[in-house]
Design a protein around this ligand. Sequence first.
Ligand code: UDP
Length: 478
Amino acid sequence: MKTLTPSVEMFFFPYVGGGHQIPMIDAARVFASHGASSTILATPSTTPLFQKSITRDQKSGLPISIHTLSADVPESDISVGPFLDTSALLEPLRQLLLQRRPHCIVVDMFHRWAGDVVYELGIPRILFNGIGCFALCVQKNLSHVAFESVSSDSEPFLVPNIPDRIEMTMSQLPPFLRNPSEIPERVKGMKQLEEKSFGTLINSFYELEPAYADLIKSKWGNKAWIVGPVSFCNRTKEDKTERGKPPTIDEQNCLNWLNSKKPSSVLYASFGSLARLPPEQLKEIAYGLEASDQSFIWVVGNILHHPSENKENGSGNWLPEGFEQRMKETGKGLVLRGWAPQLLILEHAAIRGFMTHCGWNSTLEGVSAGVPMITWPLTAEQFSNEKLITEVLKTGVQVGNKEWWPWNAEWKGLVGREKVELAVRKLMMESVEAEEMRRRAKNITGKAARAVEEGGTSYADVEALIQELQARTFANQG
Ligand code: UDP
């Protein structure tokens, strides 16, 4: 740990949804490990989710703490979508900022209302938008596409002004990107948050996407700090297991199952914290996995039931007849209904591939673990992440989903069992192409590890931000 005098005081204000909350907690721990006094702003219902890991950090001497705001966000849960209104936290946040006046606050972009309150108080606000440099560049440059001359949702167009030749279709984009005149108020709020910010914190590492990191840094005049993979701050088994929700399987059972498998033989399939897959889609996945004849761990998270049904996770009869029993008896598959210790699983030597929805954290965790992927993007910027994996890094195969999905709506793009089986076989079975992907994926692991160690690029960016905040303080005092 670096010791800095005087230390800077940084606040981290994560959103409640998993894909944004989890990396921000990790980021706070990273900055604490560099000596910055880090405070995570939580709510009564989110604090328990990461209390244990923060207590462990405190015991090992890190300057980190949690401040639980005296208000809660109604119906908040780690699986909430991006548009939950968190503005109930405004007043407690204002009071805290007035009292403590930190050197900066890192704010998640989904706290759309937070821009003005922080700005008025003159506290540098750093934006965290939870995505990587490639996806950011794609997003920024989509505004230069002449969508009126694209004839249909499925006609490919070229993403302009980026270093690689990347084609996308309108069906892969959220409606407001296809039609900028229809930007909803909530998206405008996120843009405002960006406009007056001191800079942006990015969970990625330079060597993963150098051309795109350069573009971002040059465009934003070094006001982008690329500090990941922040998940690497989870060094112990406990930290890797207790991340997000309590896992459905205990650490030892999970490791025993993986240890019983041959090295590089298991597929890990997960769709993140938010996605709700309908029973028909789960069935197709089950059939496809079984037909592929590969060993797997499959995390079945949230299920999208028809409103007429009232079924809790796990109680629905949505798997093929006898599927779970067969998987148990043959030892072929482990179905986890709920939450998995993803970091622990991904780094295990038995893992050979990762079927992912391409959420940015899963993408980064997968590439950092050196695991090639089956890409199955659903929503947000996940189609861009798919392009990064399959066309820039060339460490994955596409399952073939073509439809962007407004995460809580009807499921449009059912992917059939044949496509699932084909993608699994392509990734998992021996072939020159799969071997090449595996080699490229392995090559990334070392780069990720070096980036966060002393002398690495992400390490340097963490230091640079801390020093900039220190210099700013001295200048203001002077
Ligand atoms: N995650 C996990 N166990 C699960 C599901 C998700 O640990 O069973 C973690 C995963 O490691 C990642 C985050 O939750 O850090 C999900 O973020 P991502 O950006 O991949 O997807 P989102 O949940 O935002 O769609």
